[in-house]
Design a protein around this ligand. Structure first.
Ligand code: ADP
Length: 329
């Protein structure tokens, strides 16, 4: 294999640039040419590519986001779009493709593999919602960013004897909310895996807050994932209003939002991004396509794309149980 392509697709995640940097370096060591495709599958269809082979990416690899850009591309859901993607790949002489993104991006990668383009996926999503890997690139950074912001909110909430309701990202997967709630010693955590729609128990939560107050603590902290009551707009505010009505406590809602997607990758995210970028190129070099790379029990692994996508969502019941136990003790 002499020429490979690389693209980032779906939501951006800190560490994507580090993965690209590592892949380009590894490819260079094999004398491979690397073409960077701009804006995900859209750039592939619109023929927007740049030669990365001799580009010095060392100043970019520490930055959050993705310098290649990312965009939605609904044409990839159509036969015409998929055929054009394959045509352009062949036309550029690309013999293997690395796709960094989430499950949607992997579905695109699977289609390309089925059509004869060896394709390797790297998990780039802050949500950590890919069941086949313990961690995805960007998750750790997003947690650290959220923790930093929440600690600031906690300071002022404590000064004013207020209750904070803080919404963090995670539409289908509550991993950010759960990890962060442990790290900031939150009093209550609401996860999509546990509290879909309006099933969280508002009375129970109200009693819980009043109990905390009865025990002499006026300030408390509730973390909710955005996937809880996903269909409602202003979810955190609605929860704040419902709790205020029931408890009379002074409650404030904050939505952390896109701050969680940006910033330089943490050491952990840089490390896994680099290891995964290197593995992706090595797989293509060995002629292995139709794979996704992940990390399981601290080892970099690769598995079949379909197998990865077919895995049922995982939920760390044990960690959730521990968070509940610690908050109730
Ligand atoms: P993520 O990769 O973060 O899950 P999306 O679900 O938005 O993000 O998917 C990113 C892109 O992947 C889409 O804009 C589309 O171009 C491509 N994609 C998603 N699903 C498919 C599919 N079933 N077939 C082909 N391409 C897909």
């Amino acid at each position: 294999m002499k020429k490979i392509g690389i693209l980032t697709s779906g939501g951006d995640a800190p560490g994507m640039n580090a993965a690209i940097w590592a892949a380009v370096k590894r490819a260079r060591s094999y004398d491979m040419t690397v073409l960077g495709v701009q804006d995900g599958y859209r750039g592939l269809l619109e023929r927007r590519v740049e030669d990365l082979t001799n580009r010095d990416l060392s100043d970019i690899m520490h930055r959050g986001g993705t310098f290649l850009g990312t965009a939605r591309c609904l044409e990839m859901l159509t036969e015409e779009g998929r055929s054009r993607a394959v045509h352009n790949i062949h036309d550029y002489g690309i013999e293997g493709l690395i796709v960094i993104g989430g499950d949607g991006s992997f579905r695109g990668a699977e289609i390309l593999s089925e059509r004869g383009v060896p394709t390797v996926g790297l998990p780039g999503t802050i949500d950590n919602d890919l069941a086949y890997t313990d961690y995805s690139i960007g998750f750790d950074t997003a947690c650290n960013t959220a923790i930093g912001e929440i600690m600031k909110i906690k300071d002022t909430m404590t000064s004013h004897d207020r209750v904070a309701v803080i919404e963090v990202m995670g539409r289908h997967c509550g991993d950010i909310a759960l990890t962060v709630s442990l790290a900031v010693a939150a009093d209550y955590v609401l996860l999509p895996e546990v509290s879909y729609e309006t099933e969280y128990d508002i009375d129970n939560l109200s009693h819980f807050l009043l109990n905390i107050k009865k025990q002499g603590r006026d300030s408390s902290l509730i973390i909710m994932a955005e996937g809880v009551n996903w269909n409602e707009k202003n979810r955190a505010e609605i929860l704040m209003n419902r709790l205020t009505e029931r408890t009379g406590l002074d409650i404030r809602a904050t939505v952390l939002g896109h701050t969680q997607r940006g910033g330089p990758p943490s050491a952990f995210d840089s490390r896994i991004a680099i290891l995964m970028g290197v593995r992706a190129v090595e797989l293509l070099k060995e002629g292995m396509g139709n794979r996704v790379v992940g990390i399981i029990e601290n080892r970099i692994v690769d598995i079949n794309i379909k197998q990865a996508l077919d895995m049922p969502p995982r939920f760390n019941e044990e960690l959730y149980g521990m968070a509940r136990m610690l908050s109730l003790s």
